[in-house]
Design a protein around this ligand. Structure first.
Ligand code: DAH
Length: 344
């Protein structure tokens, strides 16, 4: 080989190299390109250099210097390309698996008891009722005395009631809101009082020491038991469905006279009898009655002029029979596996 042939081979290599280096689209292709151009065992530069010994002695020095210049230029171009490829690999992040299902977003949901409260409130709002609230730590007079409880009534026993002071109790029902409302607002009164109440009860499948109630109260001149029956039956049909049958059973509460409990025909078995209605065909929904004259007087109203009716219901009980929930404690556990069902 002559020096001219040797240099021509080097020129061909340096003319060709930039396009090949630029064509390497990823790091694997870059490695192949480097091996082809300047690889130690089989690269094109190595092949050319192998001819160095065959050149006339006086040409070898120049040939070697030219070969080295070409080598340095190619290695610089290779390094520049390698850095480019590494930077773009880093900025595109780890490999994307487009077949991976998206992570489900966490959805909150309204608690089944709050759902019942909201629906009840909405139905009575349509009938002109407004919301009234009272304290959960309540004076015993509002909780018992003003509501005509006789002094020895068992509801006041320590084992039923959570006392937080001599005369302070955690209210055992929402009925004290009746008295506070009548003291504050002149008739006509139409209010709903949702809220939590407390009893010294064990936490078992059908009892909780804290639970929600919804109280209702209507006071005006000439209000009768017919208003009570018509309004509560209308509510039952709006809440449980238009063909819902209701029945009123005589009952006793110190703060109403007469008193009645309202049952609705069991929605699970349509009255045939099942475990939800304890095979009676009916589910008890609320207690109610005509406001006792002694309660009106305790609140400062003239019981000769005004009459009224009231009711109290437990939305947890309603939620339980609506969803067929076997254990009331599930409602208070905050177990997301249970609550998540209501988000769908
Ligand atoms: N306060 C009663 C209870 O806790 C429920 C109740 C019954 C409320 C009859 C009323 C009513 O307003 O008229 O069991």
């Amino acid at each position: 080989m002559t020096l001219a042939e040797f240099l021509a081979a080097l020129d061909a290599l340096s003319a060709d190299a930039p396009a090949r280096i630029a064509a390497a689209a990823d790091l694997d292709a870059w490695t192949d390109t480097r091996n082809t151009l300047v690889g130690r065992t089989s690269g094109r530069l190595t092949d050319i250099m192998a001819n160095l010994g065959a050149l006339p002695k006086e040409d070898r020095r120049e040939a070697g210097q030219r070969a080295n210049t070409v080598k340095v230029a190619i290695e610089e171009a290779l390094e520049t390309r390698r850095a480019e490829l590494a930077a773009s690999a880093a900025s595109s992040g780890p490999a994307l698996d487009l077949s991976m299902p998206p992570r489900e977003r966490w959805r909150g949901a309204v608690h089944p008891v709050s759902l019942v409260i909201d629906e009840v409130v909405e139905i009575f709002r349509e009938l002109g009722f407004t919301i009234a609230l009272g304290p959960e730590a309540e004076h015993a007079w509002y909780n018992f005395g003003a509501l005509n409880f006789p002094p020895d009534h068992p509801a006041m026993d320590l084992h039923d009631t959570l006392y937080v002071g001599d005369e302070q109790v955690l209210r055992t029902h929402t009925s004290p809101v009746q008295v506070r409302t009548m003291q504050q607002y002149p008739p006509p009164v139409r209010i709903l009082a949702p809220g939590n109440v407390y009893r010294s009860d064990p936490f078992d499948p059908s009892h909780a020491p804290m639970f929600a109630q919804i109280e209702g109260l209507v006071i005006d001149e000439g209000v009768s038991f017919a208003d009570l029956k018509a309004t509560l039956s209308h509510f039952a049909r709006r809440f449980f469905g238009p063909s819902t049958k209701t029945r009123f059973r005589p009952s006793y509460f110190p703060f109403t006279e007469p008193s009645a409990e309202m049952d609705v025909q069991c929605g699970v078995c349509a009255g045939a009898g099942c475990s939800v209605c304890k095979h009676s065909g009916w589910v008890e929904i609320l207690g109610s009655g005509m406001v006792h004259p002694a309660v009106l007087e305790a609140a400062g109203l003239d019981s000769e002029k005004y009459t009224g009716w009231a009711f109290g219901m437990g939305p947890a009980r309603t939620a339980i029979s609506r969803h067929g929930i076997p254990d009331i404690r599930i409602l208070y556990d905050s177990d997301v596996r249970f609550l998540d069902q209501f988000a769908r």
